[in-house]
Design a protein around this ligand. Structure first.
Ligand SMILES: COc1cccc(-c2nc(Nc3cc(C)[nH]n3)cc3ccccc23)c1
Length: 281
């Protein structure tokens, strides 16, 4: 399918990301509402991220899961690249998290259950996201969450050197302490980040948040404390994900069956999953 700018009615700007602006848009012939992400080639070249954007397009175009933001297509003109993305009505999850400070356990558990389902789908396709954090999650109209921004995702296994930018908070220890087989990642890196995400949803700040040097040291040692107001079940799940040895982290199937998730996965939610027939579970 060939897309071009004339096919779309551009609506209000939704916001500005790192490398581009996002607009509400409607495809003229069908009235289909989507989000149009506009990237300026000059900015991508300056930021040396063209390869990353090409990988993001290649990976995200081949994914279809209710908790992963759809990339329906892309096109470009002389100066810009346009990504035709699924529109998530309630915007960026981290804005909701900052506003509410922290989420009640039922909401955090629902979000982590959806993240586990999405990661299970990704890992089955040998895709590692590698940048799971609240900033890369959007919220749909019915409160369902959608992983977005596949800029850092790769096909496993990967042992290419990566200069990481942005927050260190979500980095797993194996990406910090260069071992013998430097930078060898497995999809287990996403399990560590899922643990950091669970903690941040419940506590309102990341578990190793500190100065950059101290954060790296605390991650490498797995030094963090879970505050007393966090339930024992949630604490147990966090402890089973934030394990230094990647092989010893609880697998996604066990996350989905964890008592903390089951306790909060209200019947309606299960019914919702059955009705939406998301076979990906
Ligand atoms: C920096 O703030 C930004 C940046 C980019 C998008 C939003 C935003 N996005 C979406 N939905 C989206 C975005 C994409 C790629 N698909 N669906 C909805 C919103 C609602 C209120 C405010 C803001 C919103 C914010």
């Amino acid at each position: 399918k060939q897309f071009h700018l004339g096919m779309f009615e551009i609506g209000k700007p939704l916001g500005k990301g790192k490398f581009g602006r996002v607009y509400l848009a409607r495809e003229r012939s069908t009235g289909f509402v989507c989000a149009l992400k506009v990237l300026h080639k000059s900015e991508l070249q300056a930021g040396k991220v063209e390869k990353q954007v090409r990988r993001e397009i290649e990976i995200q175009s081949n994914l279809a899961h209710p908790n992963i933001l759809r990339l329906y297509g892309h096109f470009h003109d002389s100066k810009r690249i346009f990504l035709i993305l699924e529109f998530a009505g309630k915007g960026e999850l981290y804005k909701h998290l900052r506003k509410e400070q922290k989420f009640p356990e039922w909401k955090a558990a629902s979000y982590i259950a959806q993240m586990a389902a999405a990661l299970k789908y990704l890992h089955k396709k040998h895709v590692i996201h590698r940048d799971i954090k609240p900033e890369n999650i959007l919220v749909g109209l019915h409160g369902e969450i959608k992983i977005s921004d596949f800029g850092w995702s790769v096909h496993a296994p990967n042992n290419r050197r990566n200069t990481m930018c942005g927050t260190l908070d979500y980095l797993p220890p194996e990406m910090l302490k260069p071992g013998r087989d430097e930078n060898y990642y497995s999809e287990k890196v996403d399990l560590w980040s899922l643990g950091v995400l669970t903690y941040e949803f419940l506590v309102g700040e990341a578990p190793f948040e500190d100065t950059p040097t101290m954060t790296q040291r605390r991650i490498a040692r797995g030094e963090m404390t879970v505050p007393p107001f966090v339930s024992p079940e949630a604490r147990d799940l966090i402890k089973r994900l934030l394990v230094l040895d990647p092989e010893k982290r609880i697998p996604l199937e066990e996350v989905q069956q964890h008592p903390w998730i089951i306790k909060h996965c209200v019947k309606g939610e299960r019914a919702y999953q059955r009705s939406s027939g998301n076979k990906q579970r």
